[in-house]
Design a protein around this ligand. Structure first.
Ligand code: PLP
Length: 357
């Protein structure tokens, strides 16, 4: 049976990306050797890095004075590397859930953390707005899409100090004005690649703002100056990331994927709002395009396991909500086709026809 993959991460990648990745594992560029068995210091792999860089820049309109680099690890690696590099005295953090909290916890090891705003009072079901950002902070940190709760910033924050964003789960899903950010980072396993690599887009002048002497591998300068090749980079995830960028370009780039993502999200949110058996869990204006959370409506709670079974019988995979939220979470990342969302919506409609009181 065809599977409809709503996994939250690692998550769906385009079929042709997986096919090209499989081919490269067997025979990379017709060399008779696997991508996994050659030196990263070869012309062929240099080309992979250069192509990834050029495509990333093209897809997100990244200006010249920004550098892209990759590290082995995940977004969680950046949770401590960002403050290690930039937190001298005090940084501001916005607490929008689990990932933001984990970032704050690491930052506290390096300096003072000022909590600028939080949505914890309502279990992170909204994005705080209209808070002041003091000008004496080293930087401000936000989580642009909250994968677990299904909230997302739909407007770039205006900040008088360098703005740093964890965009693990919405990178390349929508247009972003990169110039509003001093640094954007994330794990690649939500929208770009398999697990094992994290990316960063950093404004060059930030490298002059590194506040302490750091281990070589922790300093962002090392990775920028060595083109992510100070040590062996995660060659396979980077290759797949490059293939994903190629695929994204081939379908029309960020404007087209944004159009598709909006259409997918509208389809599912409309059904959640219309269907008497389900309800959304977050404020409408802050709803994520990527992670769509919903629960059984009041009076129908006991039907949740039966709905999971109904979904499973249609090949729907990965919609169990995070344990902190419960209910369901349909992650609709870039590579998820609209057909999969239609199957889920039909499943919800049939379920309602069978059970509505
Ligand atoms: C998944 C996720 C993380 C954690 O990423 P790792 O690569 O596993 O460290 C951090 N932030 C956000 C927003 C995420 O979605």
């Amino acid at each position: 049976m065809k599977k409809h993959n709503f996994n939250a991460g690692p998550s769906i990648l385009a079929d042709e990306v997986l096919e090209n990745a499989a081919k490269a594992i067997i025979d990379f560029n017709g060399s008779g050797l696997s991508l996994l068995s050659i030196s990263h210091r070869t012309k062929d792999f240099d080309d992979v890095m250069a192509e990834a860089d050029a495509l990333f820049r093209e897809m997100l309109d990244i200006p010249e004075n920004y550098k892209i680099f990759y590290i082995g690890g995940g977004a969680s690696t950046f949770f401590y590397e960002v403050p290690a590099n930039f937190l001298g005295k005090k940084a501001g953090y916005v607490n929008t859930g689990v990932w933001a909290k984990k970032a704050m916890k690491e930052a506290k090891r390096y300096g003072e953390v000022e909590l600028l705003a939080s949505s914890e009072d309502r279990n992170f079901t909204y994005i705080p707005k209209g808070f002041a950002i003091p000008s004496d902070l080293d930087y401000v940190h936000i989580t642009s899409n909250n994968t677990i709760y299904g909230t997302e910033y739909h407007e770039d924050l205006v900040s008088p100090v360098p703005l740093i964003a964890d965009m693990s789960s919405d990178i390349l899903s929508r247009p972003v004005d990169v110039t509003k950010y001093a640094m954007i980072y994330g794990g690649a396993q939500k929208n770009l690649a398999p697990a094992g690599v994290a990316f960063a887009i950093i404004r060059e002048d930030m490298l002059d703002k590194i506040v302490r002497d750091l281990p070589t591998m922790v300093s962002f300068r090392t990775h920028v100056e060595n083109g992510s090749m100070f040590n062996t980079p995660p060659v396979f995830p980077i290759y797949v990331l490059k293939e994903t960028l190629k695929w994204l370009k081939s379908i029309g780039g960020v404007p087209e994927i944004y159009r598709r993502n909006q259409a997918k999200a509208a389809l599912l949110y409309d059904e959640i709002d219309r269907n008497p058996l389900f309800r959304g869990t977050v404020d409408k204006e802050d709803r994520s395009l990527m992670n769509i959370c919903f629960v059984m409506a009041d009076g129908y709670e006991e039907l949740a396991p039966e709905f999971m079974e109904a979904a499973k019988s249609r090949g729907i995979v990965g919609i169990k909500g995070h344990r902190l939220v419960g209910g369901f979470r349909a992650s609709c990342y870039n590579a998820l086709p609209v057909e999969s969302v239609r199957v889920l919506v039909e499943c919800m409609q049939e379920f309602a026809a069978k059970h509505a009181k």
